[in-house]
Design a protein around this ligand. Structure first.
Ligand code: NAD
Ligand code: IPM
Ligand code: MN
Length: 338
């Protein structure tokens, strides 16, 4: 596997090294290609990402990414959005699944759903007009964009409980009528059981009865907001992994950002990054290694080895070391080697 590794900024520089330690412990045949991108690179070189960086990313089998800082400066183009667009990674997959020994805001663990977020259009079109007295962002919804994300969500639903919830705001934004219609007809064609919700009501219902949902498909910004909100259901943003998938590329990253408020202190929870690595391995077909990560993570949490966001007193490195130790012991018991 040729794997691009991007730490990025802030806690990306802590959680990605933690995930790479776990990857190294798995003793796989991986060619790691470090790629420096982000705000730090922009401050140093005047460019946050270059055409050559994009070419390197395109040449890799997949990408593991930490987080980047994006200043609100209108002249600064988000690195992450550039990569998603350049590599046409149209599906952003965000599983929301409780972890053992971690309490979410509701104190329950009877839910397991996935947010499938359209990743290339909507309010992220980048078509903007910024003025002194008025500014505009064009919301783009296309049949092609809606169709491919609907297909992805339906295939995923078929491999799970076959239930799809289409989230939109078509009562106000008529652009969402196209999204809703395409998702409905795609679900009907795939014989997936479906319903729809307005996004505001969906936010409420997820906080009250998350167990009712299986696969949620929605437009770009709604998916962004609902996924951070759902972080509270599992116990924190430091726990949510994600995948960005396109026809030829796959990119795995925590849902969280660069967390400048805790960066550089070895406090960041590395679990979202480590679970992103697990998603990457599953996508690549390395199911045994992915299962080993899950087992090692469970054992770590069962032993109360947690970062402060989960009420623990362990560091980023200590959590990663515990996962690595479990994997090492497993190798020793299985193969008799250190
Ligand atoms: P954030 O996700 O970085 O942080 C939100 C809150 O969650 C903070 O209090 C932070 O300390 C906490 N948190 C996040 N990850 C954590 C972890 N692993 N362990 C423990 N606590 C964690 O969101 P923000 O503060 O709104 O954004 C900071 C910067 O990150 C901004 O520049 C934003 O544009 C960028 N951002 C980048 C990405 C990305 O690269 N994928 C995603 C979101 C935000
Ligand atoms: C995410 C982030 C990004 C987004 C930002 C950093 C551009 O919040 O991946 O959820 O809005 O998609
Ligand atoms: Mn986000």
């Amino acid at each position: 596997m040729k794997l691009a590794i991007i730490e990025g900024d802030g806690i990306g520089k802590e959680v990605i090294p933690a995930a790479v330690k776990v990857l190294d412990a798995l003793r796989m045949d991986v060619e790691k290609i470090p790629v420096e991108l982000g705000y730090g690179k922009w401050e140093r070189t005047g460019s946050a990402i270059t055409d050559q960086d994009i070419d390197i990313l395109k040449s890799c089998d997949c990408i593991l990414f930490g987080a980047v800082t994006t200043p609100p400066d209108p002249d600064y183009k988000s690195v992450l959005l550039t990569i998603r667009k350049e590599l046409d990674m149209y599906a952003n997959i965000r599983p929301i699944k409780p972890l053992p020994c971690v309490n979410g805001i509701l104190g329950r663990n009877d839910f397991n759903f996935v947010i499938v977020r359209e990743n290339t259009e909507g309010l992220y079109s980048g078509i903007e007009e910024i003025g002194e007295d008025a500014s505009y962002t064009k919301r783009v919804v296309t049949r092609k964009g809606s169709q491919r994300i609907a297909e992805y969500a339906c295939k995923l639903a078929k491999s799970r409980q076959n239930k799809l919830t289409i989230v939109h705001k078509s009562n106000v934004m008529k652009s969402d009528k196209l999204f809703l219609d395409v998702c409905r007809s795609t679900a009907a064609a795939h014989e997936v059981e479906y319903g729809d919700e307005l996004v505001d009501s969906m936010a409420y219902k997820l906080m009250v009865s998350p167990e009712k949902y299986d696969v949620i498909v929605t437009t770009n910004l709604f998916g962004d907001i609902l996924s951070d909100m759902s972080g509270a259901l599992v116990g924190g943003l430091g726990l949510l992994p994600s995948a960005n998938i396109g026809a030829g590329h796959a990119f795995f990253e925590p849902v969280h950002g660069s967390a400048p408020d805790i960066a550089g202190e070895d406090l960041a929870n590395p679990i979202a990054a480590i679970l992103s690595l697990k998603m990457l391995l599953e996508w690549h077909g390395n199911m045994t290694e992915a299962a080993l990560i899950e087992e090692a993570l469970e054992s770590t949490l069962n032993r109360g080895i947690k970062t402060p966001d989960l009420g623990g007193s362990f560091t980023t490195e200590e959590v990663a070391e515990s996962i690595v130790d479990h994997i090492r012991i497993k190798f020793k018991n299985t193969y008799g080697t250190d």
